[in-house]
Write a protein that binds this ligand. Structure first.
Ligand code: SF4
Length: 326
């Protein structure tokens, strides 16, 4: 309990935790009194640091198409042959979906693609969104690798941020050189775009040290939003038969990350969200549609039926005011 008091104080003062502290928190036995206290404190700190503000992150998967990178957890890997019929959403379809999300109060509209989707097409989409959809929402891209010139063009087109991650066991469970992923994260930071990066995709095999190191990398790259995403086992992918981490473990990881990010990370996102995680420090919840790398079909509605209204209720039940457009 002494450690929890120390980290609570540091979190409120905006001091990021050291690796040993993060690992010690992640070692707390699940369901123990200490674990319950950790999550309670993280929730209090979250309300204090965010001034009670929560946000909805809405993602539109633009292309349900085989990706030659074959990451071992992703349903889009072309080698897994999961995709029987490709779906490439048109500009109009994507903008319509984005408009619906904006109208319902999502703060972040994320355009997510496979690794080699055309970046000029994405940039045109962002420009078109700004023309057709008014409001104080933020546009985020989640796409492949790019350099500084491209990052600057994205910013000029009205993009606010980029989701990018150097995933757990990058280079082992994926064919990427981890340097390549970090280089893109660096380009985002240097361009002035917001970097959003989660510790992901977390499986039961990942150690506390791996989680801590991954999060410290995220801090080093200046991400303003972080958090944790559990790996959703997709049947037919190489990691698809490994069970998912428990809701309790995901909530604990969220609590630890909420207390670890100092003044660098402002907001904490969890995916897939659970009431436990939202009451353990997360203040951003994801609603997604279209091509989803965690599923074996294209989602015409909201993934797993989680819509903006439900997300709003979950966040409000945890004591947050959920952002709405002016
Ligand atoms: S995670 Fe991204 S890069 Fe990897 S296979 Fe899926 S779409 Fe391609």
């Amino acid at each position: 309990m002494e450690l929890i008091k120390i980290v609570e104080k540091k979190a409120k003062e905006g001091i990021a935790l050291a690796r040993e502290e993060i690992v010690s928190l992640l070692e707390i036995p699940l369901g123990s009194e200490e674990d319950i206290q950790l999550r309670k404190v993280a929730h209090e700190v979250a309300l204090y640091k965010t001034k009670g503000c929560a946000y909805i992150w809405s993602a539109v998967g633009a292309d349900y198409a085989p990706c030659p990178m074959n990451c071992k957890f992703c349903s889009f890997g072309e080698e897994w042959r999961i995709i029987k019929e490709q779906v490439h959403y048109t500009k109009e379809q994507i903008i319509n979906r984005a408009k619906q999300f904006v109208n319902k109060g999502a703060r972040f509209i994320v355009l997510r693609t496979t690794e080699f989707y055309s970046i000029p097409v994405l940039i045109e989409l962002a420009k078109e969104m700004r023309k057709q959809i008014s409001g104080s929402y933020e546009i985020v891209f989640n796409t492949g690798e790019f350099d500084m010139t491209i990052a600057n063009l994205m910013a000029e087109a009205g993009v606010n941020g980029i989701y990018h991650a150097c995933r757990l066991r990058e280079g082992i469970d994926t064919p990427f050189d981890p340097w390549e992923r970090k280089n893109t994260m660096n380009n985002v930071y240097r361009s002035g775009l917001k970097l959003i990066s989660l510790v992901e995709p977390i499986g039961i095999e990942h150690t506390n040290e791996e989680i801590a190191d991954n999060f410290l990398q995220i801090l080093k790259h200046g991400a303003v939003i972080s958090g944790a995403m559990a790996r959703v086992p997709v049947p037919g992918t190489p990691l698809g038969s490994i069970e998912r981490i428990s809701d309790e473990r995901l909530a604990q990881i969220i609590a630890v990350l909420r207390l670890s990010g100092g003044d660098i990370v402002k907001d904490i996102c969890v995916h897939p969200a659970t009431p436990e995680a939202i009451q353990s420090g997360a203040n951003i919840m994801v609603v997604e549609t279209g091509a989803i790398p965690r599923d074996v079909h294209c989602e015409e509605d909201n993934w797993h039926g989680v819509d903006i209204e439900q997300a709003r209720t979950l966040l409000e039940n945890a004591g947050y005011n959920v952002y709405n457009h002016e």
